[in-house]
Design a protein around this ligand. Structure first.
Ligand code: GN1
Ligand code: MG
Length: 358
């Protein structure tokens, strides 16, 4: 397989693999380009895929020790009959990552016969996504929160993201603040509304914090969800973070940077299937948490849209972009879905109450 859009040659990657406690082999590499932050490669030999090799973006994840400690602690728990375990392959020195050439690298087991979906119109996929996210939370619900440190502080904190946005706005080129005028107006209006969100009654849980649909692995043979991947942001949070991130990519089948907003919809059937999947895990959420979920489905697309807008104003420093205005397109599409989710709040309330009371 060929490497695409990557600065890493097979030779370089082959060298990095020598740090890990695996047999020497003739490996092939395929760049997996879905993420915005890390660099990810599928490692295969003649027999087929074996590992996932990943360069951890050290500018985003500044404390690799904390990141990997959180991740391995969670992975030790994320094992069950209906939840597929992922293993970290140790280095020859017995560590769970290496500071090799060109940064920090980790190696993970590849789960055979698995796939991901960027979006899907199938109720079964939405249901399974809900089921496995609920299972993830059940498996981690007795973890000691104090044992997990924040890998990115204030990651989903709206006041913090508002401050970053206002700073970026004050520094932005005039041409940028003009082209983003509509988005800036929407941001200011919605910030006022969402700042009223009351989290006093909500417990912290160990969350995944990036539960978009393509971070869920599905079996190609049974269609069942296997497990969550991309475990960089495992740390404490509110359940509505994981709920909202899932809804924005499950009830909406358009890509994150969709420019034709006519294609962005809040799909009621997919939403209901997702909530039914979650509720198939039993009643693991408090009444206060259940009540927070509809607004969570507005909050998460909004906060991601705000971060994309901030990055657009900052000239694309944070996210990888494939074209200049991609962050603005992402922002506008995320804001559009946030608005559509808001229009569906009474519907969401009803579905959540019905599903969780059965
Ligand atoms: C980033 O790189 P990726 O796709 O796993 C971001 C998430 C966003 C996501 C897409 C650490 O994740 O918060 O949901 O892009 N992760 C970080 O919007 O910022
Ligand atoms: Mg991620």
């Amino acid at each position: 397989m060929e490497l695409n859009n990557s600065q890493y040659t097979s030779g370089k990657l082959q060298k990095i693999l020598r740090y890990f406690a695996i047999d020497n082999d003739e490996f092939q590499f395929q760049a997996l380009s879905a993420g915005y932050i890390n660099d990810t490669f599928l490692v295969s030999n003649v027999g087929g895929p074996l590992y996932i090799l990943q360069r951890i973006n050290h500018l985003v994840f500044k404390n690799t020790d904390v990141l990997m400690a959180n991740m391995s602690k969670a992975l030790n728990r994320l094992i069950s009959e209906d939840y597929m375990a992922i293993h970290l392959i140790p280095t020859r020195e017995g560590d769970n990552f290496t500071k090799g050439i060109e940064g920090y690298w980790r190696l993970m087991s590849y789960i055979p016969h698995s796939t991901t979906f960027n979006n899907s119109t199938q109720n079964q996929v939405a249901f399974e996504a809900g089921r496995v996210i609920g299972k993830f939370h059940l498996l981690l619900q007795n973890q000691d929160l104090a044992e997990y440190r924040d890998i990115i502080t204030n990651f989903h904190d709206l006041a913090h993201r508002e401050k970053e946005f206002k700073e970026a706005l004050s520094m932005a080129k005039q041409s940028k603040s003009e082209s983003a005028e509509k988005a800036i107006d929407f941001a200011n209006r919605t910030l006022t509304k969402l700042n009223e969100i009351n989290t006093n009654q909500l417990p912290f849980r160990i969350c995944h914090n990036d539960t978009k649909l393509n971070n869920i692995l599905f079996s190609t043979s049974t269609g069942k969800a296997l497990c969550l991947i991309d475990l960089d942001t495992i740390m404490k949070g509110y359940f509505f973070y994981d709920f909202g991130d899932a809804v924005r990519t499950i009830a909406n089948t358009a890509p994150e940077d969709e420019q034709d907003h006519g294609k962005i919809i809040f799909d009621k059937n997919l939403f209901s299937a997702f909530v039914n999947g979650l509720a198939s895990n039993g009643s693991f959420l408090s009444q206060e948490e259940l009540r927070s979920l509809p607004l969570g489905a507005v909050f998460m697309p909004f906060i991601h849209g705000l971060r994309a807008l901030t990055d657009y104003l900052n000239d694309n420093r944070y996210y990888k972009v494939t074209y200049e205005n991609q962050n603005l397109d992402r922002c506008l599409s995320l804001f559009d879905f946030a608005q559509k989710a808001q229009n569906n709040m009474p519907f969401m309330e009803k579905v959540i109450q019905d599903s969780f009371s059965n």
